[in-house]
Design a protein around this ligand. Structure first.
Ligand SMILES: C[S@@+](CC[C@H](N)C(=O)[O-])C[C@H]1O[C@@H](n2cnc3c(N)ncnc32)[C@H](O)[C@@H]1O
Length: 186
């Protein structure tokens, strides 16, 4: 449980950075949205806390549902005929949100065994009785061979991969990710 002074400091920082409306959206997206499904994704975890020995590893932080939906709604694409991959899927926020778009298949790749297991549990909890084709691999994404049928990538960073960027948003008003959001296709 956080102390009251911490909560006040955090709220002041958020409002100064994003304004009142976007701060409310951020708080709802980060702390409230998935709780409806009894899924808790909010805690940010550093590679040290996850005991990940990889010099490229980036901290775990879930995608905001506002950001994810805005990105997918901004792209004209046939999701139903596509396979979605989240490289560094963490506890599965992007995969959970992607299930709303009825992809043909979902793949998550995650370095931390703890997060990969949480991701599998969260998918099962979120989809309930719905049948979907999914797989979560606990491995280093740099050593994972991406199957040929994958055509929608969700990445925390843009790799120099030769794929075409079809959506680019440099500043996300709610999440304020340092590197923006991107969607790639071949
Ligand atoms: C910013 S979080 C992404 C969160 C997730 N995509 C979501 O939708 O909530 C980055 C994730 O990448 C994972 N990661 C970092 N390095 C990795 C690697 N080399 N291979 C696989 N996963 C990695 C981290 O453990 C962390 O969970």
């Amino acid at each position: 449980m956080r102390s009251i002074p911490y909560i006040i400091r955090r709220a002041t920082f958020l409002i100064k950075e994003r304004g009142v409306v976007n701060s409310c959206k951020f708080i709802y997206s980060r702390y409230g949205y998935f709780l409806k499904y009894r899924i808790k994704l909010s805690t940010v975890l550093t590679p040290d806390q996850l005991n990940i020995q990889n010099r490229y590893a980036y901290k775990y932080e879930p995608i905001m549902h506002y950001s994810f939906n805005r990105m997918l709604k901004g792209i004209d694409w046939d999701w139903k005929e596509s396979t979605f991959i989240d490289i560094g899927c963490g506890k599965g926020a992007a995969i959970l949100l992607a299930t709303r778009y009825n992809f043909k298949k979902y793949i998550g790749v995650e370095l931390s065994p703890l997060l990969a297991e949480e991701c599998r549990k969260n998918i099962r909890k979120f989809i309930g009785k719905k049948e979907i084709d999914y797989a979560v691999y606990n491995c280093d994404a740099t050593k994972y061979t991406i199957p040929d049928d994958v055509n929608v990538f969700y990445l925390p960073i843009v790799l120099d991969s030769g794929y075409k960027i079809i959506y680019e948003e440099k500043t996300d008003p709610v999440a304020r990710y340092k590197y923006g959001s991107f969607a790639l296709t071949n």
